[in-house]
Design a protein around this ligand. Structure first.
Ligand code: Z57
Length: 829
């Protein structure tokens, strides 16, 4: 009865002694309780890892409180919500980030030191959550942080892979991949929701049925698995708001079993059960190349289907009329990976809710927005029709129906221009008939976003030109950004303190534009001293890491020159290595006296190659072979070192970036959609050596050409250069270096031939040879600037001061206003 319920609530209220407290003594008590009851160790004997576990649980409790309050608040207010659909999230570690966003860093450090532990040491115990490949996946993570901090009613949806991105192990200079079973030691940052489950169906047939004289389609699936929700609370900074990243894991469905057990084969039934789990078992490690694998398609649909059931359930809890769906829901497609959500929404509306096709399509087009992250043709997803037909027969029909509506509309507008119709068609006829997921996404979304201004222009003028001409109003640009909470506050505490001191406020952590205030002090001698001190501390940390991983001792006076990102030919790590060989060759051929003028360099390269990407793997091997030679050459000494940092990931980046003097972003113009690493370096006061590609074009506008080292062909010159092919004038030094590699100067002669082939004559698709001369000039300019430490420091300060535009807070604000139409919904304190 209701009386009982009130009495119960009152009793519960009495029992609850308010919210968890954050003073050091309360924290200590909670940590020790978790040591005893959660980790099940003795309060009097636990190691660093166990202390990390206990502390994490203590933080988790605090997250849960805020998270509950936020979810209740959203429910009460019922604002329009945004659902961010992404197959990848690179969250990295959570402990430091959570503590900082909760605003209890100092209290935690105090509490721990009294127990005899050091916060930094415990934070190092945590492994990375690496449920993604590279830029796209880290962008999702940064955007979640901004969504929470800016109080937006947002949910992230994704897959809970049991194996994250492979661990990179280097043996004899070659990359080897090892599985990343990141859940081995438990994961305190997720909450398993055993009761939040949905059935997800595959295979089977489509039949026709009639009810009330109306024909409709029924999908009779052949397989069913269960999706179980795991919620990861995402705390905002300087707010109580804590939003949800909901990741789905695949479990066998009981219904599935019923049939199996009836057939009497118990062993077989259990084995089949186990197979269901493979759907969410592994992240595909290929960055931007698609092979049309069935498991990958299953993953995509599994995650889309579970998320949509969840989203529609939440909508129906409070709303009846599906026509209001677009007023309450915005669905963001992070690339085409979740694009099956489009036919899935149509299927639900038409087959299950029995809306008319046009009405359903109208709703669909109002809810979806699509962001694309590439210009590379090989990265555009295509799904073979055969595969789709067997796995999702009804979805294929729906896609065909969408396409015929699309083609009709096109014919009405452009007539029978068959070339153009076939270019734009969602269905690609050819050797392998397939579905073009980008075309589907563009046609069915109200907004198409590029990730930098240059990228957005290229979408309009090249990649999706036909579509732009048809619907110019759909096309927008949202230049990427990164979160200053992780990329300054967490990863560079000394710089964080310095910025706050000079600005006289910590407000820039929520209001990034305040960083501009540093410009005023760019020439201030005492800021210079403190700035250099901070940079030195960070270089020391990096130097220690280098020594620990490679045994190499490096001098702190040298310029730390860094290139860290996925290994890809278009990113031109090979240009960097060829440049290093050239530098080595020059030093070798110098008179002893001239060597004194050389600016010492530590060249640092890090990144993973997709396991099947042969050229990328050869680049890694070449880097090691060259390092071996240079680092052991007594002629060279401290003037030049080359280090490959193994197993590059988010937490390694957090340590490297603050310690870099110079960083390289040297993709062939027109190939890097945005690039976000450059923004992290910029915020940390590292100077950029870059081509005018992706977001660096906009960085130039913010900090000026004089504050960075620019080089290389511009985007409009690339096509002409390619046409010139082998008639391009390539500097002699370039040919000389390639010759050295070919001749076996660094060993592994046979192995490197095919790599050398890719940069010679008309093969040199990414124009390493054409850009080499201006690359060397930019490098020389960097050397020259480094000698003048006063100038360098000023450039460094101006880099940080000019980085405000590249906060993901700005990106998210733009999305909220221009794409999603959502407003903040702040949970009261
Ligand atoms: C990925 O990380 C990116 C694009 C892709 O098509 C795939 Br698949 C993965 C990257 C771009 O290469 C970067 O330029 C960009 O900054 C990043 O996505 C985030 O937009």
């Amino acid at each position: 009865s209701s009386l009982d319920r009130t009495a119960k609530a009152e009793r519960m209220f009495e029992l609850m002694d308010g919210f968890l407290k954050n003073d050091p003594v309360s924290l200590q008590k909670d940590i020790l309780d978790h040591v005893e009851y959660t980790v099940a160790r003795s309060r009097f004997s636990f190691d660093d890892f166990e202390a990390y576990q206990a502390l994490s649980h203590c933080i988790r409790d605090r997250l849960i409180e805020r998270w509950h309050d936020t979810q209740i608040h959203f429910k009460r207010k019922d604002p329009k919500r945004v659902y961010f659909l992404s197959l990848e999230y690179l969250m990295g570690r959570s402990l430091s980030n959570s503590i900082i966003n909760l605003g209890i860093r100092d209290q935690c450090a105090d509490a721990l030191s009294q127990l005899g532990f050091e916060f930094e040491v415990l934070a190092e115990q945590e492994g990375d959550a690496a449920l993604g490949n590279g830029g796209l996946a880290r962008l999702s993570a940064c955007q979640m942080d901004s969504l929470a901090t800016m109080d937006f009613p947002a949910w992230g949806y994704g897959l809970r892979y049991q194996y994250g991105l492979f661990r990179q192990v280097i043996l004899d200079g070659f990359q080897h991949e090892q599985p990343d079973y990141w859940l081995n030691f438990g994961n305190p940052w997720e909450i398993e929701r055993v009761h939040v489950t949905y059935p997800v169906k595959f295979y089977g047939t489509v039949e026709e049925d009639i009810s009330n004289g109306e024909k409709y389609k029924v999908w009779i699936p052949g397989e069913m698995v269960e999706a179980v929700a795991y919620d990861n609370p995402i705390p905002g900074y300087g707010t109580r708001n804590t939003i949800t990243l909901r990741l789905w894991a695949a479990k066998p469905s009981n219904q599935h079993d019923m049939e199996a057990y009836n057939t009497g084969d118990y062993i077989d039934a259990v084995v089949t059960r186990q197979r269901a789990e493979t759907i969410s078992s592994i992240l595909y490690p290929d960055d931007r190349s698609h092979q049309g694998k069935e498991l990958r398609l299953k993953q995509q649909y599994f995650f889309v289907s579970a998320s949509l059931q969840d989203i529609i359930r939440r909508f129906k809890d409070g709303h009846k009329d599906l026509n209001q769906f677009p007023d309450k829901v915005a669905l963001q497609l992070n690339d085409t990976h979740p694009a099956l959500a489009i036919p899935e929404v149509m299927r639900i509306l038409v087959d299950e809710e029995r809306l008319g096709w046009n009405e359903a399509f109208d709703i669909t087009c109002k809810i979806f927005s699509f962001t694309t992250h590439t210009v590379l043709a090989e990265a555009l997803e295509k799904i073979p029709v055969d595969l789709l037909e067997s796995l999702l027969p009804r979805h294929l029909q729906i896609i065909y129906d969408i396409n015929s509506h699309f083609m009709e509309e096109l014919k009405r507008r452009i007539g029978l221009d068959y070339n153009r119709l076939s270019r734009m068609s969602i269905v690609e006829e050819g050797a392998v008939k397939s579905i073009r997921m980008a075309n589907l996404s563009i046609f069915c979304s109200h907004t198409v976003n590029g990730v930098s201004r240059l990228h957005s222009e290229l979408l309009q003028t090249r990649v999706f030109k036909d579509f732009y001409e048809m619907w110019p109003e759909k096309f927008q640009c949202k230049t990427n950004g990164v979160t200053q909470r992780r990329w300054i506050v967490v990863s560079n505490p000394s710089l964080c303190a310095l910025i706050s001191k000079w600005l006289g406020t910590e407000s820039w952590i929520r209001d990034i534009d305040l960083l501009m205030g540093l410009r005023e002090y760019a020439a201030d001698i005492s800021l210079h001293q403190e700035w250099q001190m901070v940079r030195k501390i960070n270089k020391m940390r990096l130097a220690e890491y280098i020594e620990a991983t490679s045994g190499l001792k490096v001098s702190l006076d040298a310029m730390f020159d860094v290139q860290i990102k996925r290994i890809h030919e278009y990113k031109r790590q090979l240009l960097n290595i060829i440049g290093i060989i050239h530098r080595y060759d020059c030093i070798k051929n110098m008179a002893k006296d001239d060597r004194k003028k050389v600016v010492p360099r530590i060249c640092i390269i890090g990144g993973k190659a997709a396991p099947g990407y042969e050229m990328a793997k050869k680049i890694i091997k070449l880097c090691h072979a060259v390092a071996e030679k240079i680092n052991n050459d007594s002629d060279i000494g401290d003037l030049l070192k080359l280090v490959f940092i193994p197993d590059y990931n988010v937490s390694v980046a957090e340590m490297i970036i603050p310690g870099a003097d110079l960083s390289q972003h040297i993709s062939t113009a027109g190939h890097e959609a945005s690039g976000t690493g450059c923004m992290k370096f910029l915020m940390n006061g590292c100077l950029l050596l870059a081509t005018a590609d992706g977001s660096t074009v906009e960085i130039i506008e913010e900090i000026g050409e004089d504050n960075m080292f620019l080089f290389g062909a511009k985007v409009h010159e690339v096509a002409t250069l390619r046409e010139k092919g082998s008639t391009i004038k390539v500097p002699l030094q370039f040919a000389r270096v390639v010759r050295m590699v070919r001749d076996g100067y660094f060993g592994f002669q046979d192995y490197f031939q095919s790599l050398c082939d890719t940069v010679e004559g008309s093969n040199d698709y990414y124009l390493l040879g054409a850009d080499f001369e201006s690359y060397l000039e930019a490098q020389a300019a960097a050397d020259k600037a480094f000698v003048d430490q006063k100038k360098w420091t000023q450039m460094s300060i101006l880099s940080t001061a000019g980085s405000g535009r590249f906060s993901s807070d700005r990106t998210i604000q733009d999305y909220a206003e221009q794409t999603w139409g959502i407003e903040p919904c702040r949970c009261p304190l």
